[in-house]
Every structure is written in C-alpha cells, then in structure tokens.
Ligand binder design. Structure first.
Ligand code: NAD
Ligand code: HSO
Ligand code: ZN
Length: 874
C-alpha cells in the first residue's frame, strides 16, 4: 500500500460546516480521513460516505455502534471500521472481509493484546500506548504480518489522534492541527508541511518529481514541486508547481488552461508526488493537446468528444440527435446491449461492447454524469458488504437465453420488455426469492375466498394479450405485404441470423445437415415409432354410415387437410420433439404438403435433430423463421414459402397471438390447432406421493420459460410433508442449468393445500391444466374425476416428460385453460370430415314432407320446390 496522508477529524467537520478544519472539498487533498461515528451522528456519517466514496478513504471509529450499523457503514463505503473486542465476534460471524475491520485494543499488556487478536486477520489499533517500544516488541513477536497496525499514544497532545503505525511509515495529520477555521492557512500549511516532512527528494536540486494525472488517472505530464508550490496548491485548490525556469508556476495562469486540485499523494518510497487534477481548457500541454504525450484515447477521448458535442454539435451530428431524442437513445442502448449478448467471437464482442459504451456514455453525458462519477460508483460497489444475488429480472431471462428475444429496434421493444416485467409477483415474496430460496407461494384454500384462489391460479401471460397482439400485428402486415424480404428482416433481427439470404430450406435435406449421434438417432426413431403407433390407432378405417330412415343414408368420411404448416419452437430451447409431435400425425393422416417452421440459429442453420425429424415426416421445406413472422409466412405464403391451410404447433406468446390473428382473418383462409402457449403442469399429490418425484415434475415444466406456471395441489399434507416437497424443489432447482428460468416461473407458481381429492379435482378442472399429474393413491380411479386437462399422467411412475418425448401421446396441448374446449394435437387435427347423404326415391318420399314443411316455415320457396318438383307434388 502506498503511504498516504491521514487526516484525523471529528464528525463536525465531516459534514458541510468545516468547523474542525478542512472543507469537504479540501478533505479530498488528503487520501485518508478518520472520523468517529456515534449513534447520534450515524445518519450523517452514512450520507457523507455516500457522497465521498471514491474521493478519499474513510476510516471510521465505530466502537459505540451496533453490528447492523457497522455493516451499513462498510456497505456505504467505509474502508475500515474500528471496533471494540465485543463488537468483533458478531462481525466475524457475518464473514465480513477481515481486512476491513480494525480491532481497538488498549496498549497494555503483551498477553492481553496477543490473545485478543489470536485466530483473526484483522488490523489492530493500539490506543493509549504508553510505550511505543512495547508495541514494537509485540509486533515483532506476533503481529508483523497483520495488514495494518494503528497506534495512538497516551500523550495528551496526541490524544484524539489515530496514528498509522510508524513501523509502516505512513504520515499522519493530527486532528489538533485541523481545528482552526478552514479558510485560514495554518491547516493547509500543516498538511503541506507534513507531506514534505515525509518526502525525500532524490534530486540534487531538492525538487520532487511530480506526476500530474487527470480524474481517470491518465497521465497528463511530468513537472516538479517543492514545499512552496505544494503549499500554494493546497491554499488555492489548483495545480501549482515549481518551474525550473520560472519558479512558482500557477498552471494555466496565462493560457487559461487551469487545473482544479483533486488530491495529492506520495509514491511508495516517498520521493515522487502525484497530483490528481481536473484539467480545464484545451489541455495540459503547452502544445494545446490534452496531455504531454498526445491526445486522449479510448473512453477519455469519447467523453471529451461527447462533452463538446453537447456544448455545440455540428449540423447533422448523430450524437446531437441522440441527445435530443431520448427514445432513440433508449432503443439504441437496448439494441446494442442485445447485440453484445449475442456476439460470439473476440472481434465481435469488442465491436459490440464499444457500441454499448458509446451509447451508454452518451446517456451519461446528456445527464451531466462523467466517467469519473461512473468509476466512483464502480469503486463503491466493489466494497459493498451486502451483495445482491445478481440474478436477472424475469423480464430479461426470457430474452437472455440463446437465440431468442432480440428486441425489435423500434418502440415496440419497450412494450415487450414492459410486458415481460409485468409478470405478477407473489405478494408475500415480491422478489420470488425468499433469501434466494426458490419457493412456490402457498395457499391454504380453507382460509381463502374462491375469488382469491382463482386469482392465484391466473396464468402469468394472460394479462397482456393486447400488448402482444399490438407487437404481432405490424409483423404480420409486413410479411403479408413484403413477403420474403420482411421474413428475412425479422429473422436477422430476432435470430441474429444475418448471413441468411433465403428464408426457406427445401427438401431433400442434405445428409450433412442431419448428422446425429447413433444414440440420438435411436431415441428419435423410438419416439417416432411410438407416436406413429398411437396416432395411427386413431385412424378411422371406414366412413361412418347411418340409414336414418328407409332409403335415407347419411355418411361421414375423413380426408386429410391438404397443406399443413407446423411450428417448431426454437427460442429458449430447440424442440425437435415438437417436430415429431407435429410431423408424425401429419404423415399418418396423409397430408400432401408438410411445411415446418422454426427459428434458425444465429449462423442460419437448423438443429440437425429438427432437420432429421422434417426428413422422417416427409416435410417439403423448413421455413427458417420463428415467431409471428413464421406464422404469417405460412398463413399467407410468400415468394418462396408455400401457403398452408392449417397451422399447428406450440410457441411463445408471440407465436400463439399470431396464430390467433391469422385464423381470425377471413382472407387468410387458414385455421389453427389451438392456443398452445407457455407450458404448464398441475400436480395433485397426496401423502403417498414421493416429494422428489413431485418436485421433479413441477420443475420439468418450470424450466420451459419464465412465463410457464406450475401448480401443486397438496391433498391433506401436513407441514412436514409440504416442506419436504418445497425443500426438494429448491434443492433440485438450484442444481438445474436453467435455474434462472425456473426461478422466474416459480415466482408465479403456487401450492394449494386442500383436504380432499374431490376438492383437488374441482380446482384442477377449473384450472384446466395442459398437463395433469396424479401422484395419489388409486390414481387410475381419480381419472374418472378429470373433466378438463390436456393430457393426464397417472401414478408415480409416469413423469410428464415421457409424454413430452417418447410415450406416444402428443405433447402439443392446449394451455391457458383452453383444455376446457380444445383437445391437444391428435390425428383428428389433420383431418376434416366430410358428410354425404344418399337417398332413394322412396327415401325422398319419406323425408320430403318434413323438408317441405320446414322450408315453408322459413319462407324459402326454392328449397321447398327442390323436393316437390322431384316428387311431383304441389
Ligand atoms: N403448449 C404446448 O404444447 C407446448 C409445447 C412445447 C413448447 N411450448 C411452449 O412453447 C414456448 C416456446 O417459446 P420460445 O420463446 O422458446 O420459442 P418460440 O419459437 O415459440 O419463440 C421464439 C420467437 O419469438 C419471437 N419473439 C421473441 N421475442 C420477441 C419480441 N420481443 N417481439 C416479437 N417477437 C419476439 C421471435 O420471432 C422468436 O423467433 C415455451 O413457452 C414453451 O413452454 C408449449
Ligand atoms: N412440455 C412441453 C409442452 O408443454 C413440450 C416439450 C418439448 N420438449 C420438452 N417438453
Ligand atoms: Zn416439457
């Protein structure tokens, strides 16, 4: 540690009034400040710390404060606090960096002092020392490896002074010398005297080499000082040096390029001074450059340019436009931040980070914030004791993962971010992290009104469908009117696949694009076959034929929908399993044209597993796009993407909203399977359920996305049983790679505690979950009570994930409670039914009178005559 000046002051001068010596500004001339804090002055000390952190080092005597108060002082920027022996243990128990604690010990017997510091690495302050020789002896014996030793002597003239150990040679300004009016010279003179008394020149002329640096510690130039120039500098608060030609040199006096003094200090061996100054005017050098070594570079250069643009920008300056358009600036910061997140190579990361710095600094300069302010903030954060967990907010988790979530470059992005941020938080634990614990909110239904229970069961993403629709509409319109070009634009923007030049990959797909490991291939083949079997079994082999009256034959027969578009999600996770779930039934149904759409990876390619699935189901093309743009492309068709008759497949809120929009457009002529949005699961568990299994099922859906929701209905569980599930959930969640996503989903997930299975099933039917898991006794019988659910998983050996991948059932299922009116994807989703009637003359004679009478009632005469003319009746 470089020797530094220590000004020992009392708190009265720590505020604004400076009755004890130095003004707050002058305090920065010294590097270290010591002040005592009492319970009465605690608040003032806190606010002072916040303002002064980074300007000088604060040492605080805190021997009469509580542990909490001490932690707050450290947190607010105190470099070290001086504590008593009683205060030490509770602080050590909090694992606070021992380098920031100074234990105050009376400078008495050797044993007492050595015992007090045994087993710690804290600094020591020996106060009221009678005999410095004794302290030196202790330290030699025991404490020389301690970070710092402070000493105060019993000598009354130094009574209130904290001295940094002479052993370390750090100069000290005694408090007494600072107790006169700050405006008068003796104070400042005493500082300069102390500095010079501790400095040793290594030059024959006795001058001190002096390095002049700016606020960011960039070297401006090299000059010389002596006692007179240092004293003048402190007195005037400016850069004053000693010129070997001209003597005392007030920098900038003739040129106007003056310097404001920030601080001064000695180097490690006390033969060189460093002045930290704020340079005004054109710069430090007589050649009017900022430094004697040339121009500023990097951030300092950028800051200077931005500051000058703010003062007067040339016509057409982009920076000036940013200063005047906060919306544009905001959009650029968000855009560049996202691009930085997606950058992969060293060059790209440097490129994108530079953009982020440029726009961030523009924001700072427009608000009068300098790099110095920002760096002080960084320093303040670096010494914080109570650190935040550092988890991302749910709103950003969804966007933070892999290829998803590049916000649009316009104002719509703001809406998307706000939207995600509006995901409701539990009122008991607004952060969703009870001490970092991942825990679902709990509700004992017996204590709640039905309304409260229903509200707690509300899906997170339902609240904002208007906003999502407002984001999707312009995307759909753009694709409708500009076709391929618009699709590509959105893919470049959202997927960052900027090298992509065509939005479609046509079959036959090259082998090289679907090379899989034998294990993956086998797993896909097994799943394919099971899905095929289950869906093939749903086939109606023969038309339905019914003779309703003699000679009146009605029939119904099935035909595949000709052209289907299958959306395979690929935002937060790539889901080749969805390609199988959607493609296999299309193949079994006999659809003539199968088109898959999926967001490509940033390099424009598609996951080989998805290509393999597309190949196996006989898809004619893969649309390389995601979200609303993919849905619109399939609904309306583009130059290179075929229009389809029906769009199927799950997706996030943008995909689901886009599907709804196009299916409502009568000109599009396209239908959809159902609203299949963010995954959800409801587990009904009774005392027979294994907590490990219950937690694992809940987490398997929570990991899909922050907008997923998982519900546990606990039937007759006691506190210990509920806690067992919660403990498992937390422990398993913390071990998951997608723990941040899980944390977001769990924030709006809930455990409902009920007494009976009937009550549980009533609530489940009301919620109508996408997946329902029954981990209860006689689970198979409980299925009788199921009225609404996408797919049911029965008993403890049936995890939901078997349905997601390989059992054979379909995983594309209704969410948002639409299980009340929709089925999940099944063979019927790819088929339309056509009915036919076939009558003989006798048949028409039998049913004709009824037809004619009803046509008469409806006053539709042509209808009536179509029968009467055939039968030859009036
Ligand atoms: N219900 C089901 O049957 C089922 C099955 C599988 C998956 N899922 C769900 O599907 C979802 C998949 O979502 P995903 O995000 O991972 O992939 P996704 O493919 O559905 O969505 C990614 C696309 O969203 C669009 N997008 C992202 N941010 C946007 C923004 N701010 N503005 C406009 N568009 C934006 C982009 O176009 C991107 O390509 C998950 O919620 C998962 O739970 C549901
Ligand atoms: N559980 C999802 C349906 O909500 C489907 C899926 C695919 N991969 C894994 N899970
Ligand atoms: Zn799943």
């Amino acid at each position: 540690m470089a020797p530094a000046l220590l000004a020992a002051i009392d708190l009265a001068s720590y505020g604004q009034t400076a009755t004890q010596g130095l003004t707050p500004q002058q305090l920065t001339y010294v590097s270290n400040v010591f002040a005592r804090v009492t319970p009465e002055t605690f608040d003032e000390a806190l606010s002072h710390l916040q303002q002064s952190v980074g300007r000088y080092t604060n040492y605080l005597g805190a021997t009469s404060l509580t542990t909490d108060q001490i932690v707050s002082l450290l947190d607010a920027g105190a470099a070290k606090v001086f504590v008593s022996a009683e205060q030490l243990q509770p602080l050590l128990a909090l694992n606070i960096d021992q380098d920031r604690i100074v234990l105050c010990l009376p400078g008495r017997t050797r044993e007492e002092n050595i015992n007090a510091i045994a087993g710690t690495a804290v600094d020591v302050y020996y106060h009221d020392v009678q005999d410095v020789g004794l302290v030196e002896a202790w330290l030699k014996e025991y404490g020389t490896d301690r970070p710092d030793v402070f000493i105060s002597f019993a000598n009354p003239s130094l009574e209130s002074t904290i001295l940094i150990s002479k052993l370390k040679g750090i100069p000290v300004i005694p408090a007494q010398s600072l107790t006169v009016d700050s405006q008068k010279e003796p104070n400042l003179l005493s500082i300069s005297k102390i500095i010079m008394a501790n400095a040793t020149s290594d030059r024959p002329d006795g001058l001190f080499t002096t390095l002049v640096v700016d606020e960011r510690r960039t070297a401006l130039g090299l000059v010389y000082s002596n006692e007179e120039s240092v004293a003048e500098s402190l007195r005037t608060g400016r850069g004053v040096y000693h010129s070997r030609k001209r003597g005392l040199w007030y920098k900038g006096e003739s040129s106007g390029d003056v310097q404001e003094l920030i601080s001064l200090s000695l180097d490690c061996d006390s033969d060189c001074l460093q002045y930290v100054v704020r340079q005004k005017g054109r710069g430090f050098c007589h050649l009017a450059t900022p430094t004697c070594f040339g121009q500023y570079t990097g951030l300092s250069r950028l800051q200077k340019t931005l500051q000058s643009r703010k003062e007067s920008a040339p016509a057409g300056s982009y920076t000036a436009r940013l200063f005047n358009d906060p919306q544009l600036l905001r959009a650029k910061i968000l855009e560049e931040a996202t691009e930085l997140c997606d950058a992969k190579t060293k060059e790209d990361i440097a490129f994108e980070a530079a953009d982020v710095f440029y726009f961030a600094l523009t924001k700072c300069i427009s608000a009068g914030v300098s790099l110095e302010d920002v760096e002080r903030n960084l320093d303040a954060k670096s010494i914080k004791v109570k650190r935040r967990q550092g988890d991302a907010k749910p709103a950003f988790i969804a966007q933070g993962d892999s290829t998803n979530g590049v916000p649009p470059k316009s104002g719509t992005q703001t809406e998307a971010v706000k939207e995600a941020a509006s995901i409701p938080k539990s009122k008991d634990d607004p952060a969703g992290t009870k001490d970092g614990r991942i825990a679902m909110k709990r509700l004992l239904t017996a204590n709640e009104t039905p309304q409260t229970i229903l509200k707690a069961l509300q899906r997170p993403s339902q609240r904002s469908s208007d906003k999502i629709i407002a984001i999707c509409n312009p995307i759909i319109e753009a694709v409708k009117s500009r076709g391929d070009a618009a699709v590509l634009e959105y893919t470049h923007k959202f997927e960052k696949a900027t090298s992509l030049t065509s939005p479609v990959l046509k079959a036959p797909f090259p082998e090289s694009l679907m090379t899989l490991s034998p294990k993956t291939k086998e797993a896909m083949d097994i799943s394919f076959e099971n899905i095929r079997k289950f869906h093939a079994a749903q086939k109606e082999e023969k038309p339905l034929i019914v003779e309703t009256m003699p000679g009146v034959v009605c029939s119904r027969f099935a035909r595949p929908i000709e052209r289907v578009g299958l959306y395979v999600p690929g935002g937060t996770a790539v889901l080749p399993s969805s390609a199988l779930m959607l493609g296999v039934p299309a193949l079994v149904a006999g659809c003539k044209k199968i088109v898959l759409a999926t967001p490509p990876r940033a390099d424009g390619s598609v996951t080989p597993e998805v290509v393999y699935a597309a190949h196996k189901v006989g898809a004619e093309a893969i649309v390389l796009a995601g979200g609303a743009q993919a849905v619109a492309a399939m609904a309306y068709g583009t130059e290179s993407i075929s229009k389809v008759d029906k769009i199927l497949g799950p997706g996030n809120q943008f995909v689901t909203a886009a599907k709804m929009i196009v299916s409502n457009d009568t000109n599009a002529g396209v239908s959809i399977d159902m609203p299949a949005g963010p995954s959800e699961v409801l587990v009904v568990a009774d005392a027979s359920a294994n907590p490990t299994f219950v937690a694992s099922d809940l987490l398997s859906q929570a990991e899909h996305g922050v907008d997923s929701q998982v519900i546990c209905i606990a039937v007759g569980l006691n506190e210990a049983q509920l806690t067992a599930i919660e403990d498992e959930l937390h422990a398993q969640a913390m071990a998951l790679p997608r723990v941040d996503i899980v944390r977001g989903a769990i924030e709006h997930s809930i455990t409902l505690s009920v007494s009976t299975i009937e009550e549980a099933m009533k609530l489940s039917n009301e919620y109508a979950p996408e997946h329902l898991i029954l981990q209860v006794q006689n689970a198979e019988k409980v299925v009788d009570l199921v009225e609404n659910a996408g797919s049911v998983f029965i008993g403890q050996w049936t995890p939901e994930s078997v349905g997601d991948y390989s059992a054979g059932v379909n995983h594309s299922l209704p969410t948002f409670g639409y299980a009340k009116q929709y089925s999940g994807v099944n063979l019927g989703s790819y088929i339309k039914h056509i009915t036919s009637s076939n009558l003989t003359r006798e048949g028409l004679a039998a049913v004709g009178p009824a037809v004619m009478e009803l046509a008469r009632v409806e006053e539709l005469e042509a209808h009536r005559r179509a029968v009467s003319l055939r039968l030859g009746v009036a």
